[in-house]
Design a protein around this ligand. Sequence first.
Ligand code: B3K
Ligand code: ZN
Length: 853
Amino acid sequence: MSQAQEKHLKDYAKPAFTITHVDLNVILDGKNTKVTTTSKVIRNGEHQHELVLDGEQISLGSVKLNGSSADYRQHDNQLFITTELNEFELEVVSLLDPEANSSLEGLYMSDGAYCTQCEAEGFRRITYFLDRPDVLAIYTVRIEADKAAFPFLLSNGNLIDKGEMPRSGRHFVKWHDPFPKPSYLFALVAGDFDLLNDSFTTQSGREVKLQVFVDKGNLHKADHAMASLKKSMKWDETRFGLEYDLDIYMIVAVDFFNMGAMENKGLNVFNTKYVLADKASATDDDYHGIESVVGHEYFHNWTGNRVTCRDWFQLSLKEGLTVFRDQEFSSDVGSRAVNRIQAIRVMKNQQFAEDAGPMSHPIRPESVIEMNNFYTVTVYDKGAEVIRMMHTILGEEGFQAGMKCYFERHDGQAVTCDDFVNSMQDASGKDLTLFRRWYSQAGTPVVTVTDKYDADKGEYHLTVSQQVVSKGVKGQTLHIPFSLELLDNAGESIINKVLDVTKASQTFVFDGLSSAPTASLLQDFSAPVKLVYDFSIDQLVHLMRHASSEVARWEASVQLISQTIWHNIAQLQQQQVMTVDSRVIEAFRGIILDVNLDQALVAEILSIPSASALIEQVDSVDLDALAKAREFVVEELASACEDELLARYRELSTLDAAGARAFKNIALSLLCQVSDVHESVVEKQYYNAQNMTDCLGALKAATSAQLTCLPALLSDFESKWHSTPLVMDKWLTLQALINTDDVIEQIKQLTKHNSFSFSNPNRVRSLIGAFASANTYQFHRADGEGYRYLTQILIKLNKSNPQVASRMITPLIQFAKFDDSRQQLMKQCLQELKNLPDLSKDLYEKVTKSLAE
Ligand code: B3K
Ligand code: ZN
């Protein structure tokens, strides 16, 4: 694939020209859609370069400069315009066919509505343009379309004009966005929707009109998204002092969308998955997801839109910061501990894997072939951890002072991650020189802790050593905020503080201790590192009972269960019998019976680490032994606590609260692992369920224990929900995760089901994405059939939707931990992809990086 060019951060240069004003005239007319772009162009500095505009997948109509034909040429997706003028008006006419656009980037059709997705480089599929984030312009957009089919015509900013064209049955509107913005924040939607209206009065007393647009017939499912929006607006005022700036905020939910949502100025476009909800069809997790994504996109209005990125290498400037903000929002309005646990899981199970694989990159990547490949757990979630560490080091007050300084300096600008850290440093007076290395260093640091207690002196010595190796290269020492609690034998907290680790190895001494303490290390995952410490069972049990932090109690339980599973893997490998220590069982029982614990937290603690989470803890894995040992430990724990689980299940069933449901459903799953006698409980819960959480809880229990009632439940579910695509996605996922040898055959059949379509990313992710990423044993079948099936699908999607293909390839490129035979099979598939004549840039980048490992 010849045009795949790698771009480097070090080559950044200011644009030779800038565009200050853009007038778009968009005539929506199916295959004959026409976009006329009139830009005010200004030469940046003194030079004689041509003006170079980007354009992809569009036909060029005409190019005029100050009203006359321009001197131009086209080459390789670029338009070169020669002029000596320093300021001029440029008119470019582009012709496009949104109906033929299956990549869902640029202007495309989603179920009869026109919509756009421009981030990162989709605007160039709408018109030739300076499509880079450091060109900020004021947009005025006229949209014209058939009125009956497209009664709503939306774009960014405020509506300034509208009118009818009665003879043709068409109408038009004009929108004006007073805030200069990069092209990636442009949006347009045209369609027929149901509309939920509301309003919000800002802290300074301005009234903002709020609108949520959903597909016809779904109005009753828009309330939670609207409530989440208002909650987000209020929270950003209270916690960050940030107020909304336009008179209107619109959210449009569309069925066909590559990601979760998009923060276009004043006109967010959302995947329906993150908007539509009612009790019957959405789970508690879905509700939580909607609140968090609505918040995330809203928070971008300041962190991303008002202050944006200079170039795409700086993506974490807006994404890391906005994820941090949405996590804080969820934690302030919900359970801080449970939200933190979920974020830690993403880091340990997904980000660590990415950082150990061929796509490892720093949160500020240094080179990129396809930008869409860098909307990653590293840029987003590790990026948020880096912001969180600054928050830990500076404290809330220092951090907020840094934010204030950042907006004072950079409102209306396109800036870098360094600019952000400078604001934090200058406003707080904390030296962040060493800390900045987090931005340029890839890989997960390993922090090894050793300790000793000196009884004579009453001293406790704790030595913390750090090392990071990325792609065989040793990295630099980092500034690591290391949160520590020391507990005495009675479980009392003696010390609770954050240590500043800034050297390769550092020893901290604590005196005045009358006995050896138990240490809760790296509390709340205070830095995105791997912790190595030789915990004993007694220490972990002590931490599970007494650590002040609920997150630390969960961490201890994960460690305890994981150690138990690894112990049994070793037993199996040495042909010894498997066992579970009675202290582990008692600790588990203690959690089930502790009525003072938050039920949602108990559910987290009782969730036994998944196979893929366990694989993340080691360098190489014996998959068959892991499967057996994990199953054994689950069964031992569950059968030892069967009575308690059943009693708690019954008690919790009477409560109507998300935490109770989470606990109850985990209990049910565990019970089903013990014995089929609980099958009747599953059926009862399924048929009596008053909400989707309970319905799905029963189905999940039936699926993982492969109960005989499963086919009947699945078929009942299908008959109830066959016309609700988002609910059918759950049905597809359940079947994709069944651990039986014929699952691939079943999946192939399901791709022919009416509810499935290869053109809709939600369907593809629910069925095939779920199989590849979460059906660990079947995807990694020893005969390679899982790999080959995914490869066939990727070959298909490579043409129609390269972004979705590229996201789904992840489990195939993370092969390093598997045995040679599996690695060979995975690499054969990657080689097959590499040989494709029309391999997209997206897959090309991942496949070549993987095969070069
Ligand atoms: N900024 C968008 C993601 C765009 C992805 C482009 N492939 C959603 C978000 O992070 O809020
Ligand atoms: Zn974002």
